[in-house]
Design a protein around this ligand. Structure first.
Ligand SMILES: Cc1cc2nc3c(=O)[nH]c(=O)nc-3n(C[C@H](O)[C@H](O)[C@H](O)COP(=O)(O)OP(=O)(O)OC[C@H]3O[C@@H](n4cnc5c(N)ncnc54)[C@H](O)[C@@H]3O)c2cc1C
Length: 466
C-alpha cells in the first residue's frame, strides 16, 4: 500500500484507459505517480472494461487491419459525424497522434486481434483488443505496477483544493481509513463523464432520464467534472449530448455492457408503445446509424420501443444476451408486449403493403424500400410475414456524456478566464466534448482516452519536474 502522506509528482484520478495511459506516460517520464480509482479492484476500469476496439489512423494494412485509414479519411469521418462540432486543431492533433498510439499501446502490453464480425464492419478502421477491454486494462495495470505506479482502489476523491487554477490537493475517502488529503504537484483528471448520475441527467432530460439504462460503470457520476467546473475550469460541450444506443429493456440499470446492444433494427421495423413506427429504420448503413437510436427511443412515450421482425432474419445479426420475445401471430406478439393488437396489426399490414420489390443487401444502400407510408423505410425493407413473429423491447442505453472540461493540445485544462491551468490536465471521457460536439464514430472513445491520456501524463510529469 502506498504511503499516501508523501507528496506525489502526479496524481491521476480514475482507473480506466485514460487514467492508465496517463499514469504510465508520467511514470515513464520519471514522475512518481499515484492512481486513485473510486471503484473496488474487481470493478476497476470504468467503461473501459466494456470496450472492444479503438480507431486509429494508419497508412497501410497491418497484420489485423484490412487496409489503410488515412488521417484525411479519419478527419472527414469526424467532421461529418459531428456536423462540424469539433475543435479542429485538437481533433487533427488527436488523429495525427493516433497513428503512433497503435504501436505505443502495444509497447504497454496490449495485444490486438482480427476484427470481430457482425454488423459494424470495422475491419479496416478499428483495432480490436485481444480478449476485449478488460484484458486490455489488465495489461495496462500490470505495466503500470511494474513501472512503480502506486494504485489505490475503493479510493473515491470527494473534494479538490484548487486556487487560481492551481491544484493543491485532493480529499480521498476510503471505506477503511476514512478521509485523507492527497498532495501532488500536478493533477490528471480521468474520471469519466456523468452518465451514471441520473439526477444530473434529469437536469437536462427531465423525468425521462429515470427510464434510461446506463451501459457502463455506476462509478462515473461526474463528481470530479462537477468539482472542476465549479472551481473555475471552462466547460465544453452540450450537456444533452451523449452517446446513446438502443439496448434491451431487460438489461440491468448499470453495466449491461456490449451484449445488451441490439443491431437488428435494419432487419425489421421499430414501433413505440402505441405500436406506431417513428423513424426510417433503413436510413443509412448500421455503423453510421446505430448511435442515433438511443436518442430516438428517448424521445418516445415512456422511453420504450420494440424492434419487430420475423423468423426469416434471426441469423442475420449478432445475438444478444436476451432472447427475442416470440409468438405465432402478430396479435399474440402484441399481447406479450402489452401493445394494442389491432394497432400493431395495422402498422405491420400497412408496412408490408408498402414494401416494393428489390434485391436485399444489408452491406450497401440497397433498393428494398417502401412507398406510400410515413415514415418510409428507405432501404432493406422486406415484408415481415414469416411466423413466428419476434420482438426485442428497447430503451435508451447511455454510453457516455460529452459535457467536459476544455483542454488545449497539452491536455491542460483551460480556466474560465481563458488561461491554461498551472498544473491540471484532463483526459478521456471527461474532456471528450472537445472533440465530440455531437455524434460518434465507433472506437473514438478509446482514441480520445489513449491520445490525451498519454499527452496529459507526459505534460503533467514535465510540469511537476519544473
Ligand atoms: C458497453 C460499452 C462499450 C463501449 N465500447 C467501446 C469501444 O469498443 N471502443 C471505444 O472506443 N469506446 C467504447 N466505449 C466508450 C469507452 O468505454 C470510453 O470512451 C472510454 O472507456 C473512456 O475511458 P476513460 O478512461 O475516460 O473513462 P472510464 O474507463 O469510464 O474510467 C473512469 C474512471 O473514473 C473513476 N472515477 C469516477 N469518479 C471518481 C472519483 N470521484 N474518484 C476516483 N475515481 C473516480 C471510475 O471508477 C472509472 O474507473 C464503450 C462504452 C460502453 C459503456
Amino acid at each position: 500500500m502506498a504511503d499516501l502522506t508523501q507528496k506525489f509528482d502526479v496524481l491521476v484520478i480514475g482507473g480506466g484507459n485514460a487514467a492508465l495511459c496517463a499514469a504510465i506516460a508520467a511514470r515513464r517520464a520519471g514522475a512518481s505517480v499515484l492512481v486513485l480509482e473510486g471503484a473496488p479492484k474487481f470493478y476497476r476500469g470504468g467503461n473501459t472494461r466494456h470496450t472492444r476496439n479503438m480507431r486509429c489512423a494508419h497508412d497501410s494494412a497491418t497484420e489485423i487491419l484490412t487496409g489503410p485509414y488515412t488521417e484525411e479519411e479519419f478527419w472527414d469521418d469526424l467532421l461529418r459525424l459531428t456536423g462540424g462540432q469539433t475543435d479542429e486543431e485538437l481533433a487533427k492533433f488527436m488523429i495525427r497522434e493516433s497513428k503512433d498510439i497503435l504501436n505505443w499501446i502495444v509497447e504497454q502490453g496490449v495485444r490486438w486481434q482480427p476484427s470481430l464480425g457482425g454488423t459494424l464492419s470495422l475491419g479496416r478502421t478499428n483495432s480490436f483488443f485481444l480478449g476485449g477491454g478488460r484484458a486490455m486494462l489488465n495489461a495496462l495495470y500490470l505495466t503500470a505496477e511494474k513501472l512503480g505506479v502506486e494504485i489505490a482502489y475503493d479510493a473515491e476523491v470527494v473534494d479538490l483544493q484548487i486556487e487560481d487554477g492551481m491544484f493543491l490537493s485532493a480529499t480521498l475517502k476510503q471505506p477503511v481509513g476514512g478521509a485523507s488529503e492527497i498532495r501532488a504537484s500536478a493533477l490528471v483528471a480521468a474520471a469519466g463523464g456523468f452518465e451514471a448520475n441520473i439526477e444530473w441527467l434529469k437536469e437536462y432530460w427531465g423525468e425521462a432520464a429515470d427510464n434510461f439504462l446506463i451501459r457502463g460503470t455506476p462509478y462515473n457520476r461526474g463528481s470530479i467534472l462537477k468539482m472542476l467546473l465549479d472551481k473555475g475550469v471552462q466547460d465544453i460541450g452540450d450537456p444533452t449530448q451523449c452517446h446513446a444506443v438502443a439496448i434491451d429493456a431487460r438489461a440491468p440499470k448499470f453495466d449491461g455492457g456490449i451484449i445488451t446492444r441490439h443491431d437488428s433494427v435494419v432487419f425489421g421495423i421499430v414501433v413505440n408503445k402505441h405500436a406506431q413506427r417513428f423513424y426510417d429504420e433503413g436510413e443509412d448503413i448500421w455503423p453510421k446509424r446505430y448511435a442515433i437510436w438511443g436518442r430516438l427511443v428517448a424521445a418516445q412515450p415512456d422511453q420504450i420501443a420494440y424492434i419487430i421482425f420475423d423468423s426469416s432474419v434471426v441469423t442475420s445479426f449478432m445475438p444478444t444476451l436476451f432472447p427475442p420475445i416470440g409468438a405465432p401471430t402478430i396479435a399474440e406478439l402484441a399481447v406479450k408486449l402489452e401493445l394494442d393488437p389491432a394497432a400493431l396489426e395495422k402498422t405491420l399490414g400497412d408496412f408490408n403493403a408498402a414494401v416494393q420489390p428489390g434485391t436485399f443487401d444489408h452491406t450497401i444502400l440497397d433498393d428494398c424500400r417502401t412507398e406510400g407510408i410515413t415514415p418510409a423505410k428507405t432501404h432493406w425493407a422486406r415484408k415481415i410475414e414469416h411466423a413466428p413473429y419476434l420482438a426485442y423491447p428497447v430503451r435508451p442505453g447511455i454510453t457516455f456524456t460529452y459535457l467536459g472540461t476544455r483542454v488545449n493540445k497539452q491536455s491542460r485544462m483551460v480556466m474560465k478566464d481563458g488561461k491554461p491551468s498551472a498544473n491540471m490536465f484532463a483526459a478521456g471521457e471527461i474532456m471528450a466534448g472537445n472533440v465530440l460536439g455531437k455524434g460518434y464514430a465507433a472506437g473514438i472513445g478509446m482514441t480520445i482516452g489513449s491520445v490525451f491520456g498519454r499527452v496529459a501524463g507526459r505534460e503533467a510529469a514535465r510540469n511537476a519536474k519544473n
